[in-house]
Design a protein around this ligand. Structure first.
Ligand code: AMP
Ligand code: MG
Length: 669
């Protein structure tokens, strides 16, 4: 939890009960009962306040006593000690922060990282409520909710509901298990007060938490069950594997689209159909972290540690207690030791003392601020510090980068160099990744020759298998190059069947235009369920899509046009995202930027155009121009370009100086 996240949470101490078991007449307010030298609520307050952005107290009497904390005190809006839900309602109504967490006034032993763990659980599961548990035992008054549940709670109370469990049952809930009953020790009677006062139970300690989602809270977008154990894997159930549920029939899917016209299909609709039809493949492998490069993570990586592990210094200088500093005059502190990175200062820093500290070193106990080297004056062991330094300056909090128990990486992430380093920084040696996708491809056309053969009149070298090879290799799939397949029904059918049997997806080029004299379209249509589209785009109008089968195996089919540039455009804009979806990736779309066009461009509304462009910085601004000749057979234009200029469906002519969208060919990722 970052400091900013902490600020987003109101902490509400529930002290609004009747305390009926404390004394027969209920006259004693147990929050104010003496316990180990202070009042019960003092213990709770001290433990709670550092965990939240601000504290509020819910109380229904003795307000003057609670006001002594200098925080807001709120009473129940519904009368007669209606219970913790009424208190929660009062707190939520008064709070302006997005989250609210409750603790009862009579449980002084709760963990020092209660809120942090509940917050992480709530946010990594996307639920509405986090409830603390110890094993199977729930502790419903230790709860974190989003402020957005207020209206829902008001309705519940209006309907006469008072029971906290009954209301919780209506929410999407995550249970956060702290594994230790003693942390939630609760004082209700004078006997309990006395027993605990004598030193029972064991002092509070931090326990390893686990959290799980209720079975009742499944929702399609939320991550699947997340346990803290880093080796836990999201179960590969069919529901999880499917992403958006894929209908069985392509015909059924396209019939659900409004204004579906296969002969003038907008680019956005093409992707909608494709992404709803394809499914993520099953299969997970466990590999060493380095072998995970460019693979897709199959599970959430939950941080087993806080990063950084301890509060530490962001500068070289002196660690001090902010309360020793002055806003108006310089102060002299005496240096009592040093804290170095990897070698912490043991001992306590008392008033008037300070400790020399290096960047990254653990903050000495008692210190909260680091005074940088550059601004102090040193005279032997006397360290002179100028006025005006704010408390907390140059201190980094434990868990500031990554809190223990939070998701460092989510399933679906492609592992790049940064991810490998991040995983290693958590001490994790192996990861589970999705199996590689298998993609077969071949070219069709009687005019095609492979490199190494000689060309006769009217023949061309097959270049599409080379661009496809390059584009597929970069996606990190396993591929099978099936060569050029002649326009012969038996050969074509055999090629499609082999591909359907061996691969998850098959990509062909050529032979899908209407009015083609060849057999490709007929055989595609015969071997499975395939739609033939004329897409409202340029280049790359014709395309076939569907699934072809051989026995009990099948593969997704992308029948791309033959033109070399059209192959690349349709691959990048339709095939790539679909393959990534099948691979389990969570990022399917290439990023778009915007740039100033340095030249006018003719563009008809009603189709998407992908011009080959050169993006460059001119006069401090991103500008783009076309590579000139934009014919769909001109591969050279792709080579000269460094981006697509994406002229969107409804866009008309472009004037010089207009902003246009561009999509870069290459990136560092
Ligand atoms: P098609 O879509 O089959 O009508 O092909 C359109 C154009 O692209 C024709 O000029 C083909 O010769 C050319 N073409 C088709 N396949 C390839 C290929 N694999 N390599 C290079 N050019 C091709
Ligand atoms: Mg052809």
């Amino acid at each position: 939890m970052t400091p900013a996240e902490r600020t987003s949470i109101t902490g509400l101490i529930l002290a609004g009960g009747r305390s009926s078991r404390m004394s027969a007449d209920g006259a004693k307010d147990k929050a104010l009962a003496e316990f180990r030298g202070k009042r019960l609520i003092d213990h709770v307050f001290e433990r709670f306040a550092p965990q939240v952005g601000g504290v509020m107290i819910n109380a229904n009497r003795n307000h003057d006593k609670y006001k002594g904390f200098g925080v807001r005190v709120v009473s129940d809006a519904i009368g007669d000690f209606a219970g913790p839900l009424a208190g929660l309602h009062a707190g939520l109504s008064a709070s302006r922060r997005p989250y609210l967490v409750t603790v009862p006034c009579d449980s002084p032993f709760f963990p020092e990282d209660l809120v942090e763990r509940m917050f992480d659980a709530l946010n990594s599961t996307g639920t509405q409520l986090a409830v603390a548990m110890s094993g199977e035992q729930p502790h419903p008054v230790f709860a974190l909710v989003r402020r957005s549940v207020l209206d829902h709670l008001s309705e519940f109370l209006k309907g006469g509901g008072r029971k906290i469990d009954a209301w919780y049952d209506t929410l999407k809930t995550v249970q956060v298990d702290f594994n230790d009953d003693a942390l939630f020790g609760n004082i209700n009677t004078p006997e309990e007060l006395e027993a605990f006062d004598k030193g029972l139970p064991p002092p509070p300690r931090k326990a390893k938490p686990r959290f799980r989602r209720d079975a009742t809270t499944d929702q399609p977008d939320a991550p699947a069950a997340a346990a803290i154990d880093v080796t836990d894997i999201i179960p590969d159930t069919p529901a999880a594997a499917g992403g958006a549920s894929a209908p069985d029939s392509l015909a059924a899917l396209v019939s659900c689209l409004d204004a579906y016209d296969p002969n003038a299909l907008p680019v956005s609709k093409v992707n909608e159909v494709i992404r709803r039809f394809v499914r993520r493949v099953d299969g997970v492998e466990q590999v060493a972290v380095r072998a995970g490069l460019d693979r897709v993570l199959a599970h959430d990586i939950i941080s087993p540690i806080n990063v950084p592990a301890h509060d530490n210094s962001a500068m070289d200088g002196w660690a001090v207690r902010a309360s020793d500093l002055s806003a108006s005059q310089s102060v002299a502190l005496s240096e009592i030791g040093a804290a170095l990175a990897g070698r912490e200062f043991v001992g306590k820093v008392s008033r008037g003392e300070c400790v020399r500290i290096t960047t990254g070193a653990v903050m000495p106990h008692g210190c909260d601020t680091v005074v940088p080297l550059e601004i102090v004056k040193v005279e032997g062991k006397a360290i002179h510090i100028p006025p005006g330094l704010e408390a907390g300056t140059n201190r980094r909090f434990a868990g500031e980068d990554l809190a223990r128990g939070s998701a460092a990486l989510k399933a679906g992430k492609r592992l790049g160099p940064a991810e490998l380093g991040l995983i290693a920084s958590l001490g994790i040696p192996e990861v589970r990744v999705r199996r590689r996708l298998r993609v077969a491809f071949f070219s069709t056309g009687d005019e095609l020759k492979s490199v190494g053969e000689s060309l006769a009149e009217g023949e061309v070298y097959d270049s599409n298998r080379y661009t496809l090879y390059g584009m597929l290799a970069r996606l990190g799939v396993d591929f099978v190059d099936m060569g050029v397949v002649r326009d012969d029904p038996a050969l074509l059918e055999a090629a499609f069947r082999t591909a359907a049997r061996d691969a998850d997806a098959v990509i062909t080029s050529g032979g899908v235009s209407v009015g083609e004299a060849d057999h490709t379209r007929h055989i595609m249509a015969r071997l499975g369920e395939v739609v033939f589209w004329r897409i409202a785009m340029r280049p790359g109008r014709p395309m076939a899509f569907g699934r072809i089968a051989a026995g009990d195996r099948s593969a997704i089919l992308f029948g791309l046009p033959g033109n070399p540039v059209a192959v690349m455009v349709t691959f990048y804009h339709f095939v790539r995202g679909a393959l990534l979806h099948m691979m389990g990736r969570d990022d399917l779309d290439l990023p778009l930027l915007s740039a100033i066009s340095t030249e006018p461009m003719r563009k008809k509304p009603g189709r998407t155009e992908y011009q080959r462009g050169i993006l460059e910085l001119r006069g401090g601004s991103a500008t783009v121009r076309t590579t000139g000749q934009q014919g769909s057979g001109v591969l050279r234009s792709m080579s000269e370009a460094n981006c697509f200029i994406v002229l969107e469906h409804d866009q008309g002519n472009i004037k010089a100086g207009d902003l246009v969208k561009v999509m870069l060919f290459d990136g560092l990722a």
